[in-house]
Design a binder for this molecule. Structure first.
Ligand code: ZN
Length: 222
């Protein structure tokens, strides 16, 4: 027992819960993760995390669970891919251009970069790169933000992906839009509820978004 206690203390010092080393393996086994699975990590960018230009409350709290899922999906031989909000400096969603948001995720800036603790191991699909077009859904994103390269949906299908797991920021905007499009495109969709956070302009927006995703056929994973 003393040895277990010691292990727990070591885990606590490392900032992980006891048994966290097994967490990814447990996820892989529990969900039967395999090569036809993909994880879509939505917009885990500095501007959406605390201190950022458009911070989502507790936005950085998605990083640790997502890192476990990234490891789990990779262990299963599945694909991990990422989306980026990727705006030109004069984007239509910015307030000075009549949009609802402060300037955020401007191409090439620190705010548009991944949260530094996020494990990045896969291609990036960038959206919102045209000045006059808003894009919440990752499915509007193209590989590397190049409209000549594949969009997310066709890339997933080319990889043989049938089931997608979705987490990231923010529940009530880009995660919701990405999940609804994934359902429309015929994927089996699971939403990682411990790895999403909401803006909550209205306090119930996040809850309503999850309900809408469920109504569209997505399954909510605790
Ligand atoms: Zn944006």
């Amino acid at each position: 027992m003393a040895k277990d206690q010691q292990l727990d203390e070591t885990a606590a010092k490392a900032g992980t819960k006891p048994g966290a080393g097994m967490a990814a393996e447990a996820l892989r086994a529990t969900y039967g993760l395999g090569p036809h699975d993909a994880l879509i990590v939505v917009d885990v960018q500095n501007d959406f995390c605390p201190g950022g230009a458009l911070a989502v409350p507790d936005g950085d709290q998605v990083v640790a669970p997502l890192n476990r899922w990234i490891e789990a999906v990779l262990r299963g031989g599945g694909k991990v891919c990422y989306t980026h909000d990727w705006h030109p400096a004069d984007h239509c969603s910015f307030r000075q251009n009549g949009g609802p948001w402060p300037p955020h995720c401007v191409q090439g800036t620190f705010g548009a970069a991944f949260h530094p603790a996020l494990r990045v191991h896969g291609p990036v699909f960038r959206k919102g790169f045209l000045p006059d077009r808003e894009a919440y859904s990752g499915f509007e994103g193209h590989l590397d933000g190049d409209p000549g390269k594949p969009a997310l949906g066709s890339w997933l299908k080319n990889q043989g992906v049938e089931r997608v797991f979705v987490g990231g920021l923010a529940t009530d905007y880009c995660v919701q839009a990405t999940v609804l499009d994934a359902c429309k495109e015929g994927f089996t969709v699971l939403v990682l509820t411990d790895a999403v956070r909401a803006v909550n302009v209205q306090p119930t927006d996040g809850t309503a978004a999850l309900a809408a995703m469920q109504a569209a056929g997505a399954r909510l994973v605790p």
